[in-house]
Design a protein around this ligand. Structure first.
Ligand code: UDP
Length: 445
């Protein structure tokens, strides 16, 4: 298997990698998949990313660059289906992947699934194809529940993540902290976990003239503070709003909160209401979803980018901001402590209490805008996170997994039957409509 180019099937069942980033269910994972698939393709590997049709106008095949394709499969009707309700469509998804693969005459060396729902499909396909299965969970239900912020994650997810973590061939964790969480919450053995960080597109995210970027966006205020991402309670945006009144009046900053689709409107309304209560509504803008290709203007216009999250599995936005030469203030979550150089490229604060955030934001805003050299230093601090480096690290992991797989006596790991993987319907919590589970033998459910 040494240097043979790899043929990889990636799975992203619930979230479309070319969907609008910053929407309720489409964020860092989609950025990760499309960038990684594109870069693996550039390096000569062939990658097919399977997702479901989310919109009737979705073409079946979308190019993600050289040797990399996104394949939309019709599963359920062509509309948004809540994540948990997708569970009962997973067998159809697996069938459709297999049908497409056969018609297309493709063979894959391995399956790389993203998020627990795709993990279930990957587990199924690896048995059909007799290939190893690599998973990246992106977030863990048990960790989210331990924070007790936002919606509670169902037991079905927690149990499935445990099963998958203990039985797949390899887990990619973006940080050592996530590796520890996988061991603690899911009982994954350390040998099964490889730490490979996320990357940043250094071509797209480049510094540009701050004044020009501000003017182009119509933000002529003196100083600009940026939040960018999905609008949800775990992101801690309300803490950032509460930090605003602590900033010295003379700084007169504007806070721009980028992200949020129609489904995020209730959360956006809450943030607007909080802005009114804090009497800062005149200084806060909600431009909504911004096309990924346009976000470098926001990063470059910003004097500081803030990540006030209660939880991040990595902290992709910090890489993007720093690649544009903009300093970051972030809470000590994800990989932020190792990405941000304290006092040099920004600040990591122990938690997102408004005072802590405000102190460091004010410090950065009180300094003159970074000159060319400082911008170059900030950007250089993330150059090792180029997607070409990350893709090479992923390929090394894939080759290792393939070598181990070939060396193992049976070529398969000990999985239970399909029935063992599918939990009884009563383990599904949440309000979504439950469908009979067709991954189970169809006659019994
Ligand atoms: N993003 C975007 N447009 C928006 C909001 C976000 O392109 O309107 C992108 C952003 O540049 C980043 C991703 O969405 O690449 C969000 O990453 P993050 O790690 O915050 O997402 P999460 O892991 O929380 O889903």
């Amino acid at each position: 298997m040494s240097n043979k180019q790899l043929r990889i099937a990636m799975l992203s069942v619930h979230s479309c990698p070319v969907g609008q980033l910053g929407a309720k269910d489409t964020g860092g994972m989609s950025t990760y998949i499309r960038e990684l698939a594109g870069e693996l393709g550039n390096q000569g590997h062939s990658v097919d990313v399977y997702t479901r049709v989310h919109d009737p106008n979705d073409p079946q095949i979308v190019s993600l660059g050289q040797n990399a394709r996104l394949i939309h499969l019709k599963v359920g009707d062509n509309r948004e289906i809540p994540k948990l309700a997708l569970y009962s469509y997973l067998p159809d998804f697996a069938d459709n992947v297999e049908n497409f693969r056969k018609q297309d005459g493709r063979q894959y060396d391995l399956v790389f699934s993203h998020y627990w729902l795709s993990g279930l499909v990957g587990n199924h396909l690896q048995k059909w194809w007799r290939t190893p299965h690599i998973i990246m969970f992106h977030t863990l239900g048990a960790v989210k529940n331990s924070l007790a912020i936002g919606e509670e994650e169902p037991e079905l997810r927690i149990e499935t993540e445990k099963d998958l973590a203990q039985n797949c061939h390899r887990i990619i964790a973006p940080t050592e902290k996530v590796k520890e969480e996988l061991m603690l919450y899911c009982g994954a053995s350390p040998e099964r976990i490889s730490v490979v960080p996320c990357g940043v597109n250094l071509e797209l995210f480049r510094p540009m003239d701050k004044a020009m970027a501000k003017q182009r966006l119509g933000f002529t205020d003196n100083k600009l503070i940026l939040f960018i991402g999905r609008i949800e309670p775990l992101k801690g945006i309300e803490q950032l709003l509460r930090a605003m009144p602590y900033l010295p009046n003379r700084q007169r900053p504007r806070l721009v909160i980028v992200g949020g689709d129609e489904q995020s409107q209730p959360d956006i309304e809450k943030l607007k209401e909080l802005s009114r209560q804090l009497h800062i509504e005149e200084s806060v803008s909600f431009p909504g979803l911004i096309k990924h290709e346009q976000t470098p203007y926001f990063y470059s216009a910003a004097d500081v980018c803030v990540i006030p999250s209660y939880y991040e599995s990595f902290g992709l936005v910090a890489l993007e901001a720093l690649a544009c030469g903009t300093p970051v203030v972030a809470t000590d979550v994800g990989n932020l402590k190792s990405i941000i150089r304290q006092g040099e490229t920004g600040y990591v604060v122990s938690d997102n209490t408004p005072r802590h955030l405000a102190d460091k934001i004010a410090l950065l805003l009180s300094q003159p805008s970074p000159d060319r050299d400082s911008i170059a230093t900030i950007r250089a601090s993330v150059s090792q996170f180029s997607w070409s480096n990350i893709a090479e690290a992923i390929v090394r992991e894939c080759r290792l997994v393939l070598a181990n797989y070939a060396a193992s006596s049976s070529g398969t790991v000990t999985f239970g039957t399909i029935n063992d993987w599918l939990k009884p319907q009563n383990q599904q919590t949440g309000k979504e409509q439950k469908q009979p589970c067709s991954l189970c033998p169809r006659s019994t459910q």
